[in-house]
Design a protein around this ligand. Structure first.
Ligand SMILES: *[C@@H]1O[C@H](CO)[C@@H](O)[C@H](O)[C@H]1NC(C)=O
Ligand SMILES: *[C@@H]1O[C@H](CO)[C@@H](O)[C@H](O)[C@H]1NC(C)=O
Ligand SMILES: [Zn+2]
Ligand SMILES: [Zn+2]
Length: 477
């Protein structure tokens, strides 16, 4: 802990004033800078003990190699000068791996006509220059898809565009001049689809500063559902190329293939039900995330996100974003029923199992697995068990806990068998949780049990409830 605090202190003044030309790099601060870069863009675990020079490599070296491979550098696993130079280049703030969305079928807009609104303007350029850069950027994508865009000056818009410095309300502050130029969110309601530009850059029409059209074309690619490409010729390559002539910018083959895989070409729009998802506009008939009486049917993690199931819908919460997405179960998994009883993710197999009545299904990302539904009795439950209330996979122990009434069973995922000595009473092993539970999942080393409108944070090591919370405190109500 102390070590961490020292790192942070060292880093604040050094990183923010880091010389772009690298003239006065100090050893310690470089390590911190590299660590932050890898955390930010390559999903390096935050508490990884730095060291680049461990003989057997270690996580930092693995991530360095991943970064070198992605950005097309020589893969050395070492912090050579090319690598360090690349890390200092201006770039997009969206991570290269481990992104906002981790579903294999990327989120996309379900309509072809989208609205956009420029919420505010940089003072670097006249307004009409900003408007025209955005319009030109969108038209690049418009040309190769069935998508059309129209600008609005008031009210809601699918894509909201703004200029801001440092903290600007989304927990991903900008970083002053240089390095991060902008970021954008993948399609969806609210902040999703929006594009933000760092107003500490000097935005220009030409390339004397940072060219707004080039950066906007890239960021709006994210707004439409594209992620970073490892192809350096692609517009969706994460690093800004100051040598691109804005007048001659074309989408690369890679960009076109990417966007057309989501929306098809201009004449044909694919209506592929396997391509997710259509965010559901909240309405009177749908459950409201902030209803104080909200309860859940089932909860599971999925590739680092959390899915809260309720009737025909689910909320999808990424820990990196504020607002959860809200979807129809059938828009991701047409073969799954609504009104689930229980769900859990076996992270070692990358499979989510969902339960309803005496049956269960398996999905991998958005793909339903063949051979399901199966009977829950194939897992070893006695015939007296007709349904499961809640289930959770313990990542450390590789065991799954099934909760039924006031009892629970434990299933060994390695041997695929129900363990001896079960069921046991919930009250004996999960004191404080006790009676019947609606849903449970594991996160940050805790089990979160849900019952009615309450949730219980249970520490499995201390064997006690550490906090009792409102059900929907995951939703920033
Ligand atoms: C634009 O709006 C954002 C979000 O409300 C705010 O943080 C930012 O300061 C505004 N920028 C300008 C240039 O007014
Ligand atoms: C929540 O439930 C209680 C008790 O059933 C009820 O009195 C209250 O009106 C409900 N609140 C809302 C917002 O539905
Ligand atoms: Zn980007
Ligand atoms: Zn932002």
């Amino acid at each position: 802990m102390e070590h961490l605090a020292v790192l942070v202190l060292l880093c604040l003044p050094v990183c923010s004033a880091y010389p772009l030309n690298g003239a006065a790099r100090k050893e310690g601060s470089t390590t911190d800078f590299v660590q932050q870069y890898l955390e930010r863009y390559y999903n390096l675990a935050k508490d990884t003990k730095a060291f680049v020079r461990r003989r057997d490599g270690g996580p930092v070296v693995d991530k360095l190699r991943e970064m070198q491979k992605f950005l097309g550098l020589e893969v050395t696993g070492k912090l050579d000068s090319d690598t360090l130079d690349m890390m200092h280049k201006p770039r997009c703030g969206v991570p290269d791996v481990g992104d906002f969305a981790t579903f294999p079928g990327m989120p996309k807009w379900r309509k072809t006509h989208l609205t956009y609104r420029v919420m505010n303007y940089t003072l670097d350029l006249p307004r009409d220059a900003v408007d025209s850069a955005i319009e030109k950027a969108l038209s690049l994508w418009e040309e190769v898809t069935p998508l059309t865009f129209s600008r609005t000056d008031e009210g809601e818009a699918d894509i909201k565009i703004l200029f801001a410095v440092r903290d600007h309300g989304d927990f991903i502050p900008f970083d002053g001049p240089g390095k991060v130029l902008g970021h954008a969110y993948p399609p969806g309601p609210g902040i999703y689809g929006d594009a933000h530009f760092d107003d500490d850059e000097q935005w220009t029409r030409d390339t004397s500063g940072t060219n707004l059209f080039l950066v906007a074309a890239h960021e709006l690619g994210h707004s439409l559902g594209l992620f970073h490409s490892a192809d350096p010729r692609a517009l969706m390559y994460p690093v800004y190329n100051a040598h691109t002539d804005p007048a001659r910018l074309r989408l690369s083959q890679d960009d076109v293939a990417g966007i057309q895989s989501l929306y098809g070409s201009p004449s044909v729009s694919p209506d592929d039900p396997a391509v997710p998802p259509e965010p559901v506009p909240p309405g009177p008939e749908t459950p409201a995330a902030c209803d104080p009486n909200l309860s859940f049917d089932a909860i599971s993690t999925l590739r680092g996100e959390i899915l809260f199931f309720k009737d025909r819908h689910f909320w999808r919460k990424s820990l990196r974003t504020l607002e959860p997405g809200f979807y129809l179960i059938s828009s991701f998994w047409p073969s799954l029923p609504s009104g689930l009883d229980a769900a859990y993710e076996d992270t070692s197999k990358d499979i989510v199992f969902v339960f309803k009545g005496n049956q269960f299904w398996a999905v991998k990302g958005t793909e339903a697995q063949a051979g399901y539904p199966k009977s829950i009795h194939t897992l070893g439950f006695p015939s007296t068990v007709r349904k499961i209330d809640a289930a959770v996979f313990d990542k450390e122990k590789k065991k799954t806990y099934f909760f039924v009434g006031d009892k629970y069973w434990r299933f060994d995922e390695n041997s695929q068998s129900m363990e001896q000595g079960f069921p046991r009473l919930i009250v004996d092993d999960f004191p404080g949780v006790e009676l019947k539970v609606d849903a449970v999942f594991q996160e940050f080393g805790f089990f979160y049990f849900f019952r009615g409108s309450l949730q219980f944070e249970f520490d499995p090591d201390a064997r006690m409830v550490t906090r009792t919370l409102k059900n929907n405190n995951w939703f920033y109500c």
